[in-house]
Design a protein around this ligand. Structure first.
Ligand SMILES: [Zn+2]
Ligand SMILES: [Zn+2]
Length: 195
């Protein structure tokens, strides 16, 4: 269990050049993943109705991927690796340069996910992946503003839900960030009385 620090920034690599690749910002994020969405839509060859259907399905499937990735990969039981990919965010939750996935590991992960879905969905993978990445972008910006901004009226429950996950005693709850849906389904909702 890491001690939460309200200020400062952690270090992933000793090598300063490698360290640059562990940081990102919202503009770079929009260019990288917005570019990926346009790329998938450009390669799409299916009709508009099915494209919309697969795009929306991709967005919905993303919410489950978000839950599974956060619960089983970002909180994997290999301490060094876990710290590199996510533990550092739990230790320094206010470090804005580490709130979003940097482009290099992001593109690698995206390519792997694309190939896996392509095995099943074939030509439908393009609009589907555009939806997955769009859902992913929404999730990352929800996560970013939860840490960087004060709660927006009507959405305060998202702030409460995620801040509970950052309470070291409740780290095994609240894995959903863009919605608590899968926490309800898989029984990982935090206790109501907790902070
Ligand atoms: Zn976490
Ligand atoms: Zn967070």
């Amino acid at each position: 269990m890491v001690k939460v620090k309200k200020e400062g920034s952690g270090q992933v690599f000793k090598n300063q050049t490698l360290e640059i690749f562990t940081r990102t910002n919202p503009m770079l994020h929009i260019i990288t993943y917005g570019g990926a969405i346009l790329f998938f839509l450009y390669l799409n060859s299916i009709d508009v109705k099915n494209s919309i259907l697969f795009f929306l399905s991709g967005m919905f499937v993303w919410t489950l991927m978000e839950y599974i990735l956060h619960r089983y990969i970002f909180h994997i039981k290999y301490p060094k690796f876990q710290y590199m990919i996510h533990g550092i965010h739990h230790e320094f939750p206010r470090d804005k340069e580490r709130l979003l996935m940097p482009p290099v590991p992001g593109i690698i992960l995206l390519s792997i996910i694309f190939c896996l879905y392509y095995l099943v969905l074939r030509k439908y993978t393009f609009p589907f992946m555009a939806g997955v990445v769009f859902g992913y972008m929404l999730y990352t910006f929800v996560h970013y503003i939860i840490h960087a901004w004060k709660p927006i009226s009507g959405f305060k429950y998202l702030w409460t839900h995620h801040h509970k996950h950052h309470n070291p005693a409740l780290e095994n709850t609240s894995f959903g960030v863009s919605s608590p849906l899968w926490d309800y389904i898989f029984g990982t909702m935090p206790p109501k009385s907790s902070k």
